[in-house]
Design a protein around this ligand. Structure first.
Ligand SMILES: NC(=O)c1ccc[n+]([C@@H]2O[C@H](COP(=O)([O-])OP(=O)(O)OC[C@H]3O[C@@H](n4cnc5c(N)ncnc54)[C@H](OP(=O)(O)O)[C@@H]3O)[C@@H](O)[C@H]2O)c1
Length: 215
């Protein structure tokens, strides 16, 4: 499968690109700059010999892939979707974006009128099959390719088949478990939980994640 990671030059996208390439997927790192995309590929390839990795401008990457990961800051949603929304029609779109607002030492969220980044993306790209995921997986853990990941990957989305496809990808990443967290509007709670985790991390000087008990 070809998977584009838009904003894949940043730590979260790069970590996801690396993990997805590691499980054998063909990954296209997207960027606003073709040069930065190529640099990111050049940085990853020595760690993933034999991986199928390429770089391209975001719109080219989105058009070429069957699955598209959105891994850029909240502020990038409007400009990137203005350019790429049509290319997302019918595709599974994995939204990792948290509308974070940092107030001094406090992490909170500033959700859009739709309720969450996931729902905002769905409104701007109505043909996309949006699944919010990986919002609790830290970039630091993702990029440590020799170490197993910890925690559950919550999945929120309205398209059950899309959620199943993302769940299958998650299951192939060592030690990660997908948890269907219901419809896309649950992304509101999901995103707020990310801010809570960041506050816990700051207080305890750690990188906490989430594990759902009872399943
Ligand atoms: N970092 C984490 O541990 C973590 C964990 C869970 C979820 N997330 C979420 O994942 C997303 C990416 O996080 P990150 O830490 O990797 O972010 P980042 O480093 O700030 O940004 C990622 C990439 O997005 C592009 N970008 C930056 N500003 C942009 C803008 N205004 N418009 C369009 N593109 C822009 C840049 O790539 P180019 O300049 O190459 O285009 C940048 O390298 C965020 O929404 C974050 O909430 C992060």
């Amino acid at each position: 499968m070809r998977i584009a990671v838009l904003g894949g030059t940043g730590p979260e996208g790069l970590g996801l690109a690396a993990r997805l390439a590691q499980i054998g997927e063909a990954v296209i790192i997207g960027s606003r700059s073709a040069g930065r995309a190529q640099e990111a590929v050049g940085g990853l390839l020595p760690r993933l010999p034999g991986a199928t990795l390429s770089g391209a401008p975001n719109a080219v990457a989105a058009a070429a892939a069957e699955v598209v990961v959105l891994a850029f800051p909240y502020e990038g949603i409007d400009p990137i979707l203005a350019e790429c929304a049509a290319a997302l029609d019918g595709k599974v779109v994995i939204d990792t974006i948290v509308p974070l607002k940092v107030d001094g030492k406090f992490f909170g969220i500033e959700p859009p009128v739709e309720g969450s980044a996931g729902e905002n993306i769905q409104a701007q790209a109505p043909g996309a099959r949006v699944v919010s995921a990986f919002k609790h997986q830290s970039a630091h853990q993702l990029i440590e390719l020799d170490r197993p990941m910890e925690g559950d990957v919550l999945l929120c989305g309205n398209d059950e088949t899309a959620k199943e496809l993302v769940g299958t990808l998650v299951r192939r990443i060592r030690d990660l478990r997908p948890v269907d967290a219901g419809e896309l509007r649950n992304a509101r709670v999901f995103e707020a939980m990310t801010a809570l985790l960041l506050n816990i991390n700051r207080k305890h000087k750690t990188r906490a994640s989430v594990k759902i008990l009872g399943l």
